[in-house]
Design a protein around this ligand. Structure first.
Ligand SMILES: *[C@@H]1O[C@H](CO)[C@@H](O)[C@H](O)[C@H]1NC(C)=O
Ligand SMILES: *[C@@H]1O[C@H](CO)[C@@H](O)[C@H](O)[C@H]1NC(C)=O
Length: 374
């Protein structure tokens, strides 16, 4: 007891119970801060500010070719008081990372400016100039809220770690939907995913994404909720693509609005992947319109679309509950399910809460779908 008191007096630290992920492992090593306020006006201030349990970040420009990497102490509060601009350079990135346990991050509505318009060439992250990717990596537990990301060069936000709530984030890559001098007739922006998730116990809510690729892509993890978000211009809400040796389970996609997108709701698994499972994906009360290719697409042939499906990723139990409505365009398919076998798509597929209108019907291959109107 004496030691704890002495320790607390010496360091002024607030020692709280830090939630850990399912393996009982922290997102980052335990890090005790001092009760002080650290101010960041340039990258040179970061190390000193990271000693403090309150961190205030002013507006500044991050030099080209450098990552703004922030590792606050456990339990810290971090806030933004101005816009952060990332200097232009062709390099791999990422542009910003935040790592830690039980962090409270509030962007106060300020912007991260990725200057993607200087990189975009219609080729995304797999071609053309090297683009820093992702723009922001959130590998922390706690809450992360109220931030705008403008023009990510490649993918916008990658989420790792566990025990995290992300809310009121505005990813605005809408400028990438128009062609530029380097993209011919294609949209200038590509692979500008909104949220890529490889994490456990994560909620993403009340956020907005305007982009040219997936609004959400869940690559792995358990207990992932995506609710009350708005997506436009991109490729819709996705689980996958799923590679080998991956588990995705207990996914809730609830109350989202998707407009003007190539796909609505998708599960895509790699044709050659093995030893992976996607289980218990529940869609409730989502509203989608202006879908140009597929209203619902569940496809085990990725990266092909409706090619020869594999069987190495088991998709177990996909539910549409409540009222999900999808309006697709005249040349779109309402629903396509392309499973490699009845054992790679199993469990209960109760789709009574799904109504898709417009376009033409697709096919359901090797999956036990029941109910719904599509
Ligand atoms: C828990 O967090 C640690 C540290 O980030 C990570 O190595 C581990 O994979 C995580 N466990 C799960 C199940 O996500
Ligand atoms: C499907 O779900 C609905 C509503 O959630 C329920 O009323 C119905 O009984 C279920 N159908 C089957 C076949 O389980």
């Amino acid at each position: 007891m004496f030691n704890l008191v002495a320790f607390t007096l010496l360091f002024g630290a607030v020692v709280t119970a830090i939630p850990t992920n399912r393996t009982g492992v922290l997102n980052a090593p335990r890090k005790i801060g001092r009760r002080c306020t650290g101010e960041i006006q340039s990258l040179a201030d970061v190390a000193a500010a990271e000693e403090c349990t309150t961190i205030v970040i002013g507006g500044f420009t991050v030099p080209a070719g450098e990552t703004f990497a922030l590792a606050p102490p456990d339990g810290a509060s971090v806030s933004l008081t101005g816009a952060i601009t990332f200097g232009f350079q062709e390099w791999a990135g990422p542009l910003m990372t935040i790592t830690g346990n039980d962090i409270t991050f509030n962007g106060n509505g300020h912007e991260l400016l990725g200057q993607g318009d200087l990189y975009w060439d219609g080729q995304g992250i797999n071609g053309g100039v090297t683009k820093p990717d992702p723009m922001l990596r959130i590998n922390m537990g706690g809450s992360f809220t109220n931030l705008k990301l403008v023009n990510s060069p490649g993918r916008a936000i990658a989420i790792g770690g566990s025990s995290l709530t992300v809310s009121s984030i505005d990813v605005d890559n809408s400028a990438g939907s128009a062609p530029n001098s380097k993209s011919g007739s294609d949209p200038a922006g590509a692979n500008t995913d909104g949220f890529d998730v490889s994490a456990n116990d994560v909620t993403i809510e009340s956020s907005t994404v305007a982009n040219q690729d997936d609004c959400l892509a869940i690559n792995k993890g358990t207990s992932i909720t995506f609710s009350g978000n708005t997506c436009s211009g991109g490729h819709g809400i996705s689980v996958g693509s799923i590679t080998s040796g991956v588990t995705v389970s207990n996914v809730q996609i609830t109350g989202n609005t998707v407009t003007s997108s190539v796909n609505g709701l998708r599960i895509k698994t790699d044709a050659t992947a093995t030893d992976s499972t996607v289980s218990n994906v529940v869609y409730s009360n989502n509203k989608l319109s202006g879908i140009t290719s597929f209203g619902v697409l569940i496809d085990q042939s990725y990266p092909s679309t409706l090619g020869t499906p594999g069987t190495g990723v088991v998709i177990n139990t996909v539910t549409f509950s409540g009222t999900n409505t999808i309006a697709v365009g005249s040349s779109a398919k309402r629903v396509e399910v392309n499973c490699g076998s009845t054992s790679s798509c199993d469990g209960t597929w109760n789709w009574s809460g799904l109504t898709v209108t417009g376009g033409s019907a697709g096919a359901v291959k090797n999956a036990p779908v029941s109910g719904g109107s599509f």
